[in-house]
Design a protein around this ligand. Structure first.
Ligand code: 87F
Length: 476
């Protein structure tokens, strides 16, 4: 039997299967011979490039410079700051041989670059004149996950940027943590149309090497939360472990204050999960490789005139990313394919439309159709793309608000989690309490706490002082 072209699973019935089909059939990505590794096809890579372009320009304004550190990290170096690496050890992939000969020391394939970068920082940083040092690299990392792989969301190799900065004062470092967090929120909200919650992680959920960890997080339609990016304040933890020090203005020896921060191709998976539907991919116009497809509708006798009309429409949309689908398929087939591929606007053009000097324009997200005069096509297309970008974000914001409840006890928290909602409550933030929540709810975790909202009530579970208003959900 021929494989079905369209999506055969429903998003809210079998999310996992539906997701895989959307990714594969829309042409975003494909599997590879190695389980957990995937091919980013041009459509996915285009989206990644938009993220890179935006974020790279913004961090440059903050004085960050790009660089590249080696892929292979000697075992002796990786284990140096043992506290943070210990929990991650099972996920490290190793190179043990060159040809047939065993290496004298195993080499880790970078899972993250703190160790190799801070080893270099210990040689490069001497005085306050060398600070701040702000480096970033765009690269791939490998983490040998054993959980079931999910394209973009859980893969053994992924692309990311990792920023690593060293500052002469803790204030300067802490300020940067939140500047970067704001940029991550902009990537999600302005490019991917994904609403996020910025906040600080609990003691249990923070990066073990950090003084505190901040994150942007969102709630997917299936009630699972997912972390989009993180920005850590490392304090002097690594500078002490790696012997990074500088002479301050008074000539006194000090350890610098450090940050590290990252966003990965996982962000693309989050965007797919959030907006796509039972017809296939839905792409926010800002990151879509094609913003509008023109589908010419003709019979033999109208072919030339309609194709000329399609060319004219394309000329009217000069400067936009427009594709005329003149492949040898029926219009109906092309409509479905454009939906599967997530092209934001479909412009249908037949002989009757041409007679009236108009076209039918259809939005991918809402399916709304309208007749647009060719004279208005340029302006209306701009409006519709902007409206779609805005509406995708707003409709998800509304959904998340509807899927979030305030709770005041463990029973209410449990009920919310069982109903696949995100729960919010004033909470003490202690690891012991977090452990109890996990047990009582069958695996829910704290997501983060906003730094802007101060709790007025004590912890809803322990009665102790609340550290903040935290969100809770099951998560990826
Ligand atoms: C896996 C193996 C070894 C995560 C790992 O979040 C080490 C690690 O340190 C590890 N998985 N981490 C934490 C990464 C922290 C930090 N690195 C820079 C980030 C953002 C970018």
């Amino acid at each position: 039997m021929a494989e079905q072209l369209g999506i055969t699973e429903k998003k809210n019935e079998n999310t996992g299967e539906w997701y895989q089909q959307v990714i594969l059939k829309s042409g975003l990505a494909d599997y590879s011979p190695v389980s957990g590794c995937m091919i980013l096809r041009p459509k996915a890579y285009h989206i990644w490039e938009q993220i890179q372009k935006f974020f790279d320009a913004e961090i440059r304004k903050l004085g960050v410079q790009n660089c590249y550190f080696p892929l292979l990290i000697p075992e002796s170096l990786l284990g140096k700051e043992s506290e943070h690496v210990e929990g991650f050890k099972p996920e490290v992939a190793w190179v043990t041989h060159g040809g047939d000969s065993q290496l004298p020391e195993r080499l880790a394939i970078r899972p993250t670059s703190e160790t190799i970068m801070y080893d270099a920082y210990s040689r490069w940083i001497r005085s306050h004149n060398d600070l701040p040092l702000k480096l970033n690299q765009w690269c791939n990392v490998v983490r040998w996950e054993f959980k079931h792989p999910m394209p973009f969301l859980r893969t053994r190799e992924f692309l990311w940027q990792e920023g690593h900065t060293a500052h002469a004062t803790s204030d300067s470092a802490e300020q940067e943590v939140y500047q970067i967090l704001d940029l991550y929120a902009s990537v999600f909200e302005e490019l991917l149309a994904v609403p996020v919650m910025k906040g600080i992680k609990s003691e249990k959920e923070k990066f073990a090497g950090a003084v505190f960890t901040t994150s942007v997080e969102t709630l997917l339609p299936n009630g699972k939360a997912i972390q989009g990016a993180t920005s850590h304040h490392l304090g002097q933890n690594f500078s002490k472990a790696f012997g990074i020090d500088f002479l301050d203005e008074k000539g006194e020896k000090q350890h610098p204050w450090q940050n590290s921060w990252g966003i990965s191709t996982r962000s693309i998976g989050i965007m797919v999960m959030m907006h796509s539907d039972d017809k296939g991919l839905v792409l926010p116009p800002a990151v879509a490789p094609i913003e509008a497809v023109i589908v010419p509708i003709y019979k033999e006798d109208t072919r030339v005139a309609v194709l000329e009309g399609a060319d004219e429409a394309k000329r009217l949309l000069k400067g936009r990313r427009v594709w005329i689908d003149n492949r040898d398929y029926t219009p109906g087939w092309k409509f479905h394919d454009a939906e599967l591929q997530g092209i934001p606007l479909r412009i249908e053009l037949g002989p009757k439309d041409l007679e009236k000097r108009s076209a039918v324009v259809v939005r991918r997200d809402t399916g709304t159709k309208e007749v647009v005069a060719l004279a208005d096509l340029t302006g209306r297309t701009t409006e519709l793309l902007a409206a779609m970008q805005r509406d995708l974000l707003e409709s998800q914001r509304k959904r998340i608000a509807e899927q979030t409840v305030d709770v005041a006890s463990m029973d209410e928290l449990k009920a919310a989690i069982d109903a696949r909602k995100m729960a919010r409550m004033p909470w003490c933030g202690t690891p012991a309490s977090e452990e109890k929540i996990k047990d009582a709810t069958g695996g829910a975790k704290s997501i983060n706490r906003s730094r802007d909202i101060a709790p007025t009530e004590p912890c809803a579970l322990t009665g102790e002082r609340a550290q903040g208003i935290y969100s809770f959900a099951k998560s990826y």
